[in-house]
Ligand binder design. Structure first.
Ligand code: GUN
Length: 294
């Protein structure tokens, strides 16, 4: 069994990016600059954003964190988005999700300048991705594709079952895996909460990408021997033996499944760091204006 180590792989890729930054910014050129907007005090969001900012420091990017209270209004957030769109010093930015319920997520998304949309959530980028033309790809799917690429996991002609159909993970990874690309070229099934015969479908999968947000959902009896398992879930479960009182687990019952499969991502330390690495790579693209030249 190969452990798909997102921490180790991220260290390698981030080193490549930081070398690129150092070479490119030898003269007076300013480094790439990523901004993040965080509304409210959701602990998971705070932790994700903190790690994104830390990754910027690691590769030599500038970063700006804009933290606003939970009661921030939609129009206040739209003003911040507008200012970031106009700020020539910022190459790309993200609005950390989820947003408080009184803010319309899609309205904010539509206000982001697509050329700075390093999360790839704007319909311009999402549509371009669906058409297979240059675009920012959402970071989690992009990180998973990097993992297949760098670990040289063959996806061509394989049956890939994606569990979950969210806009952030399930839907975009299904698109990317089905494209005539390498990695890609897979036969994709999207399964979700209304799917019938889920166990049988999973048993026919060469690759399972689990992104449903239910701890330990994928059990050993749902997995074909030698399948490849990508676990996107980050779930908090109570754990009295842990000083924090909880621990993080995936959507896959790792201990049950690990001995049956050919490769699997751990949680934490699998897809999570790759998501951030993909965001850092997208920011490089925004900086070097590759997007605008295609
Ligand atoms: N919340 C969970 N995942 C993501 C992500 O990839 N980007 C943003 N902006 N928010 C998220």
């Amino acid at each position: 069994m190969i452990l798909l180590d997102g921490n180790k792989l991220s260290t390698i890729i981030r080193k490549e990016i930081s070398d690129r930054v150092r070479d490119f910014c030898k003269t007076d050129t300013r480094p790439p600059h990523l901004a993040a907007i965080l509304i409210g005090d959701n602990p998971a969001s705070q932790s994700y954003v903190k790690n994104k900012i830390k990754a910027c420091e690691e590769v030599g990017y500038a970063s700006t964190l804009i933290k606003k209270p939970l009661h921030t209004t939609e129009s206040e957030l739209l003003d911040i988005v507008q200012r970031l769109n106009e700020n020539k010093e910022i190459d790309g930015y993200i609005v950390q999700l989820p947003l408080p319920r009184h803010i319309d997520e899609m309205k904010i998304n539509l206000a982001i300048d697509p050329s700075k949309d390093v999360d790839g959530f704007h319909p311009n980028n999402f549509g371009r991705m669906a058409l297979g033309i240059t675009a920012y790809h959402p970071a989690t799917p992009a990180g998973i594709m990097m993992m297949f690429d760098r670990y040289q996991i063959s996806t061509e002609g394989k049956h890939c079952v994606v569990l979950g159909r969210s806009n952030i993970v399930g839907t975009p990874i299904s698109l990317l895996m089905s494209k005539k690309t390498k990695p890609g070229n897979a036969t994709v099934t999207i399964a979700h909460s209304r799917t019938e015969n889920l166990k049988e479908i999973c048993l026919s999968a060469d690759i399972i990408i689990a992104a449903l947000g239910i701890p330990f959902f994928v059990k050993a009896d749902m997995v074909k021997p030698n399948a490849v398992i990508i676990d996107v879930g980050i779930n908090k479960i109570e754990d009295a033996s842990n000083p924090r009182g909880y621990r993080l687990v995936g959507d896959v019952d790792f201990e049950q499944v690990k001995n049956k499969v050919s490769a699997i991502t751990p949680v934490p330390g699998g897809v999570g760091p790759m998501t951030i690495t993909a965001l850092i790579e997208n920011t490089w693209k925004a900086y070097s204006k590759i997007y605008n030249n295609n």
